[in-house]
Structures are given as C-alpha cells and as structure tokens.
Write a protein that binds this ligand. Structure first.
Ligand SMILES: [Fe+2]
Length: 335
C-alpha cells in the first residue's frame, strides 16, 4: 500500500443479550486447585494478545503479506511461551476465547471438526491474510456447550463450515503453536460487554467455571488462552513502513500507567485482586478485556493465588499488549 493509510480508531462493537436467566455460580471465587488426580485439568493459562502486526512481523508461510520484522520484544515473549509449553509436556488441547468472533446472542463454541480457510483482518488486510487449517476437539467443545447451558447461559454449538475463523483466534493460536499440531476449542465473544459496562464479566465467570467442568469431565490436559490486548486506544494513521518501530510507543501516558498498574497487580498476586481492577482498567483504557476473555480464563482456573509471570509487554500501534503466564495452584512452574 502507498502513502499514509487512514485507520479506524479503537473498535466499538454492538450486540445483544446472551443470558437465558440469572445464573448462580456456586464455584465462583473458589481458591483451590480446580482439578484432581486422574481427571482432566488446566495445566496453564496465558494472556495471549493477537495484534495482526505480530503475525505480519513473523512472516509465516500461511500469511500472504511480507515484512522486515518489528515488535520484537512481544514476539520474544511468545517465544518464551512456546518454550514453556514444550517444556511442560504437550497439552491435549488449546482452548481459546477471543474478542473478534462476535456473536450477537449467546456464547458459541466452534464444533467444526476441521476448520480451513482464509482469515483476514478487516482493518489491516495488507498485514493479515492467513490461510488456516487445524483440528477441533469436538468432544470437548460439545461438553463446554452442555456445561454452559446447564449453568444457565445461552450456549450454541457452531457447526457451519462456512464461518470464517476470526483473526484474533487465528493470530493467538499461531503465536502459541505455529505447528498447529494440538487440537483446538474456540469460544466466541458475546457482544453484551459493549452494551453493559461490566455486567457480562459476571457471565464470563459462569462460562469459565463451565469450561473447567467440561475439561474435568473430558480427562484432557488443557491450556487456556485469553486473547486480549490491554489498553486499546490506537493510532489512526499508519507509517509508510508499518513495522517502523520509530513510530511505535504508548498511545499516551495515561494508558501506559494503567497498564502498569494492572501488570503490577498481576505480578504481585493473588489473582482475586484483579477482579475489581480489571473493570477499573477497562473504564480507564478501553481495554479489550471488556470482551471477557481474561475473566473467563482466570475464573476457569479458580482465580489462582500465585501471581502471573509477565513474559513481555509492548505496544502495537499504541495499544498495550502483554504475554502473561498463570499456573493453577499446585501446578509446577516451567520458568
Ligand atoms: Fe483485537
């Protein structure tokens, strides 16, 4: 592309209701390891942001555009994530909640056995046109739908092969496992958060606990991925060279300071301190955690006592992005 392209400001999505009835979550806030011997369990959870620029910078063969690199420190964080994933033994499944598979009503789970296609980032098609081809753990996906439904959520098994997998799901999954040799379960982001400030984060706790119960039933060793950026205001003008790092810095100091406030709390632990802080951070920074991915993941893990391990922080077109690892209480670290 030539010249300086006009880019859209931070996206604001709209959507509809998703909850069938108020759902009480009996396990919300429990502080014990979420799985026991001989059952399925969560072995790690990662905050795994998905800026298309990181895929563009990696130059994988599946992505059509070519780059000269850029955003290296964030990509080093993902490199360390991949090392830890490998050192901990291959998980049976990667379960991802991402904000750009937007569903208007309810929480959907991709139950297509073999998703294949082209995923395009609508704002940055010159950076992200990715040919994907992966396998779904359909049995676990269906179990999550069943558990979410039983918990009172509107939940749906998505079985339409024509539905393109969104770039947030594909981007994070590539950065975590570029070999694509681990089955996937992909959850949609219900749009309610964009109508009601924090109400739907309560639903994400219910969805997280339902996900945990499905994992326990399944016998799988699961890694969870919350595909969220932190502070989310960004530039509306792109440099001539998209990966020109001379143009890359926080959108403003306010956004940066709030990201650091959240990361300080993450690094200190326990995660229960994040419950109110995530909402404050959303209000202050338009954070993408409003889609609920991070709350879903930490709730599924039973809100661990242990702090998160921040593997990297960096900005992408001004937005704040962190790669963070959490281990469930009782799980041995691989750092
Ligand atoms: Fe995003």
């Amino acid at each position: 592309m030539g010249g300086r392209a006009q880019l859209r400001r931070a996206t604001v999505d709209t959507g509809g209701p998703s909850q069938r009835a108020p759902a009480a979550e009996p396990d919300a806030g429990r502080q014990v390891p979420p799985t026991g011997p001989g059952t399925g369990r969560i072995v790690a959870g990662y905050l795994a942001p998905h800026p298309p620029h990181l895929i563009y910078a990696e130059n994988p063969p599946q992505n059509e555009p070519r780059s000269t690199g850029g955003w290296d420190t964030l990509r080093w964080g993902y490199e360390e994530l991949r090392r830890r994933l490998s050192a901990g033994g291959r998980p049976d499944v990667l379960i991802i909640h991402a904000p750009h598979w937007i569903t208007m009503v309810g929480h959907h789970v991709n139950c297509v056995p073999h998703p294949r296609g082209l995923s395009v980032e609508p704002i940055f098609p010159h950076l992200f046109r990715y040919h994907y081809d992966f396998r779904t753990d359909v049995e676990l996906a269906e179990a999550i739908v069943e558990e979410a439904d039983a918990a009172g959520l509107v939940a749906n098994a998505m079985r339409d092969e024509r539905v393109r997998v969104d770039y947030a799901t594909i981007g994070a999954l590539h950065l975590v496992n570029p070999a694509w040799d681990i089955p996937v379960v992909s959850l949609s982001a219900n749009n309610n958060p964009y109508y009601y400030s924090s109400a739907s984060l309560d639903q994400m706790e219910v969805l997280g606990a339902a996900t945990r119960r499905a994992i326990e039933r399944s016998g799988r060793r699961a890694v969870l991925l919350a595909s969220n950026t932190l502070s989310h205001l960004h530039w509306d003008v792109e440099p001539e060279l998209p990966e020109d790092m001379a143009a890359e810095h926080p959108y403003n100091h306010h956004q940066y300071a709030w990201d650091m406030k959240l990361l300080d709390a993450i690094r200190s632990g326990p995660t229960s301190a994040l419950r109110p802080l995530i909402e404050d951070h959303i209000e202050a920074t338009y954070a993408e955690t409003k889609s609920g991915s991070l709350t879903w993941m930490l709730a599924a893990m039973g809100w661990p006592q242990a702090p998160g391990d921040v593997l990297a922080y960096g900005t992408v077109i001004g937005t704040g992005n962190a790669v963070v690892e959490w281990l469930p209480d009782g799980e041995v670290g691989r750092g």
